[in-house]
Design a protein around this ligand. Sequence first.
Ligand code: NAD
Ligand code: GLY
Length: 359
Amino acid sequence: MQRLTVELDERSYPIYIGEGLLQSPELLLGHVAGRQVCIVTDDTVAPLYLDQVRGLLSSRDVLSVVLPTGEAYKNWATLQQIFDSLLEHRHDRRTTLIALGGGVIGDMTGFAAACYQRGVDFIQIPTTLLSQVDSSVGGKTGINHPAGKNMIGAFYQPKAVLIDTATLRTLPDREVSAGLAEIIKYGLIRDAGFLDWLESNMTSLRALDSAPITQAIARSCAIKAEVVGADEREGGVRAILNLGHTFGHAIEAHQGYGTWLHGEAVGAGMTMALAMSVRLGWIDEAACQRGVSIIRSAGLPVSPPDTMQPDDFLRLMAVDKKVLDGQLRLVLLRALGDATVTADYDSEALNDTLRKEYP
Ligand code: NAD
Ligand code: GLY
């Protein structure tokens, strides 16, 4: 087992990574303070892992809430189901919520924990590749609004993150590719050497071979922990974790939440960020093509949907959380492995990118 730490003073917490972590109760119980526990999961993950996790908690009073699966349900009405169950079963302020599932469950459970009785403990048990490398770490929680992705939420850190890589065995290939999008993101923004390694290991990563996938998860979590430790509430550097996300969130909202997977939209969005960085003369075409081919080799789309026009992007990107004082900031690349967040770009470069006039 590997153990990393997200360093946030009194809110610091461990990330445990290993195969079979959900076999023994000690790790999980070590982070459950009270008697009551509420496991939140979805109706796809519940038949796969709910009994196993309940089994670890036999010494506690366990409630489970099984929500409908998917991004389309990351909304107020579904969130309300968590509060309804907690109140019906008289959960008090010592309860611990456990998010068992992908990023949708993690984001909603974390937000529920932030709000319930003004804040209760929560633990992340991420079961998708995407949630293991990204959404379970860093404390961004929330739900979607029809007008924009993740628009309602809170920064609220978990007490621990337990990543059992064995859970990936049941994940469909399309979801594996979606997770690889965020892994590639870390290489593009922060670590050119990791990008080289990803290029050489993509086939075994897609096959979920144990050693390389564990290495990719650990390196991704280490980069995320470092960035979050430096800038928890995204006042500055944390925004680089959104490479491709401004374009990607627009794609997700335009297509209808759940039509394009988050990771797929990020794949196409990162391609657009690479293309725009070339337009601005910040990276050369060869670097762009290399980035695009790594994204493609992960099984991800490398262009936005044909049906999306520049005006669709502009309308949806105007509600991005990186808009400050009316200016849209974008994450762009100065080199492979070096990202910057800026509103200081030639708007024609953006327009060319939205018109899909790629180099
Ligand atoms: P998801 O939660 O929708 O899970 C994808 C699918 O996989 C679902 O159908 C789920 O039921 C299923 N699933 C989960 N684990 C499984 C397993 N082990 N075996 C088989 N099926 C399994 O999607 P996701 O890609 O995990 O997360 C995407 C969400 O995460 C988006 O809402 C995105 O906005 C959010 N996100 C948040 C952050 C953050 O920092 N909070 C970062 C990145 C993404
Ligand atoms: N996924 C972006 C972040 O956590 O900041």
